[in-house]
Design a binder for this molecule. Structure first.
Ligand code: FMN
Length: 298
């Protein structure tokens, strides 16, 4: 028999996701409500957009893909994320009216980090954060589209967190140790993620999620998951294993490219509808009632 090794974390993550099955619990169950609350704000769903960057204008349309999906997030009343970008584009994202978390890169130019975070706060961002999983690259420190990245110490993260009144999101947490450091530093949310497979053999976020949840028990830190999330079933599994919310990723790109904001709205609606269906079929009448009692790991 041929023996082949799989180092691609995306494939490992997809296999793990598909190895998790769901039991039914129908008697006495009702149609579920998918609304959720985060940092005092009510959202229609625990489904979120991903922190994307560098999306051009698709199909000759006027707005960039980033603005188009932000409009969808606003109209769907879900939390919106954006990634690497300059301040002028971020102000256009805010102009869509979407409640948006700005994830700033770990630039070597620390003045740029602070400037982008302050700009986001001044312009009405919902939250700010950093994708710490882009610090390192194969040559040492990462270079992203010509921009040098740098190591980020606990003291640096603490100073970002202390510099803002907004909730701070650390993106790219994939261990209990980093999760605990985030909590100690005062981060209000972590995004459990391997950034679509940057690390070979990265553990699937859902495999490490239950122990991260346990490590953060009693701490005031929200847990969001991304990587390979493409359906309501995937979101349900994230919530069942300990997440407060989950972000779709490249799964929304075909809808965005082909149809724009309406395409993203239809996609998010279908994800949310499937989530509601599974919640109803498993006896979870609201998001906070989802737990792992209907989850079977094969
Ligand atoms: C085109 C593109 C741009 C991205 N830009 C960023 C970014 O600037 N900052 C960031 O934190 N993550 C960025 N990501 C990663 C996503 O936020 C997310 O972690 C990842 O796509 C999740 O995996 P999935 O696509 O398999 O769902 C980007 C992903 C894509 C596909």
């Amino acid at each position: 028999m041929a023996y082949s090794r799989i180092s691609d974390a995306n494939e490992i993550t997809a296999r793990y996701m598909d190895s998790i099955l769901i039991k039914e619990r129908l008697i006495d169950s009702v149609v579920a409500d998918t609304s959720t609350e985060l940092f005092g704000t009510k959202f229609a769903s625990p489904v979120m957009t991903p922190a994307f960057s560098h999306l051009k204008q698709f199909g000759g349309r006027e707005l960039t893909g980033l603005e188009e999906y932000s409009i969808a997030a606003k109209e769907m009343n879900i939390l919106n994320f954006v990634g690497m970008m300059e301040n002028d584009l971020f102000s256009k994202i805010i102009a869509t009216g979407a409640k948006t978390v700005r994830i700033v890169k770990p630039y070597a130019d620390n003045g740029k980090v602070r400037d982008q975070m302050k700009f986001a706060e001044d312009y009405g961002a919902f939250g700010i954060g950093m994708d710490i999983d882009h610090i390192f690259g194969n040559d040492g420190l990462d270079v992203v589209i010509g921009e040098q990245m740098a190591e980020q110490t606990s003291d640096m993260l603490l100073s970002y967190i202390e510099s803002t009144k907004l909730p701070f999101f650390v993106k790219g947490v994939l261990s209990e140790e980093d999760a605990l450091k985030c909590a100690e530093l005062g981060a209000k949310a972590i995004i459990v993620s391997h950034h679509h497979g940057r690390l070979p053999y990265a553990v699937p976020p859902l495999m490490v999620l239950p122990s991260i949840r346990k490590a953060l028990e009693g701490k005031d830190v929200k847990i969001i998951v991304d990587c390979g999330i493409a359906s309501g079933a995937d979101v349900y599994k994230c919530l069942a294993l300990g997440a407060d919310a989950a972000a779709v990723g490249r799964s929304m790109l075909p809808s965005l490219e082909e149809v724009g904001s309406d395409g993203v709205k239809n996609f998010i609606r279908s994800v949310n509808d499937e989530l509601r269906f599974i919640m109803s079929c498993t006896g979870a009448s609201c998001v906070s009632e989802i737990d792992d009692s209907c989850i079977v790991k094969t």
